[in-house]
Design a protein around this ligand. Structure first.
Ligand SMILES: C[S@@+](CC[C@H](N)C(=O)[O-])C[C@H]1O[C@@H](n2cnc3c(N)ncnc32)[C@H](O)[C@@H]1O
Length: 255
């Protein structure tokens, strides 16, 4: 199957690790298979995977160019309906067995996953499932080269502490996007720290967790003031952000 799509969605398509994680989670889904929603369907590739299992798929996409591509890509599939709309404006008149919503970005800081799911899960049948099921966030202290928030692609940094898991979300729960954490680290070498690295793991289902891939939750590096540390020092950091409000919402400091 050939997919035509925007540059951004094409980069998503080329990320084989991301695609196989979602494809496996859809294949492993064992619930009822009458209706699935694909929220933010992009190129339509996840709707295509769903089409082999579900009687009906409703695929929503806000971006007109991506929508046009998905509509063309999927026009021979009679069980898929592609709609160009903001999920928050869609009139869900039926409940689904499965919601696929892949609006993921590291720690969900820069994506709309939470407001979308907080709304859309009202239209999930009792016992229905969401893919992905949730996320797990972890952080570690680093010495990084750049003095601004950036994703770790081509970034140079050195890790100064073990990774600490600081939050987990199950997308079936009602989620408050305002996040505030007091994080405690123990440095594992002497030197200078000046940043925090956040890594998000995607829980696709009970048995499948995907680490970051080039297009799925690439780790985020956040600057902190420089601090000299020795091996085994304790360093406490307060981290705040609002999921969905972008990297500008990040507020970080030592405690
Ligand atoms: C990370 S992409 C995933 C795309 C798709 N799963 C794929 O593989 O091509 C998220 C998609 O959600 C769409 N999106 C973001 N907010 C939306 C909203 N409020 N309603 C509908 N679509 C939305 C974006 O335009 C984007 O195409």
């Amino acid at each position: 199957m050939k997919f035509k799509t925007t540059h951004y969605h094409f980069d998503l398509l080329k990320d084989i690790e991301r695609l196989s994680a979602f494809s496996k989670a859809i294949e492993e889904y064992t619930g009822n298979k009458e209706l699935a929603f694909d929220l933010g369907c992009g190129s339509g590739v996840l709707s295509y995977f769903l089409s082999f299992y579900f009687d009906e798929i409703v695929s929503l996409e806000i971006d007109f160019k991506a929508y046009e591509c998905a509509k063309n890509n999927l026009n021979s599939f009679k069980n898929i309906d592609v709609v160009n709309i903001d999920v928050l404006d869609f009139d869900f008149n039926k409940k689904a067995d499965l919601i696929v919503c892949e609006m993921l970005d590291t720690a969900l800081i820069d994506e709309e996953e939470i407001p979308i799911l907080n709304y859309a899960k009202n239209f999930l049948k009792p016992g229905g499932e969401i893919i992905p099921q949730g996320i797990i966030n972890a952080a570690e202290l680093v010495n990084m080269q750049r003095n601004y928030v950036h994703w770790d692609e081509n970034a140079i940094y050195e890790v100064y502490s073990p990774q600490v898991i600081y939050s987990q979300f199950n997308f079936k729960d009602e989620i408050n996007p305002e996040c505030e954490y007091d994080l405690s680290f123990k440095s594992n070498k002497e030197g200078i720290i000046n940043g925090l690295k956040i890594t998000t793991f995607t829980k696709l289902n009970d048995n499948l967790i995907a680490g970051p891939t080039p297009m799925l939750n690439p780790p985020l590096l956040i600057p902190l003031d420089e601090k000299k540390v020795k091996n085994n020092d304790f360093i406490n950091v307060k981290l705040k952000y609002i999921m969905g409000n972008g990297i500008e919402s990040i507020d970080i400091d030592y405690i």
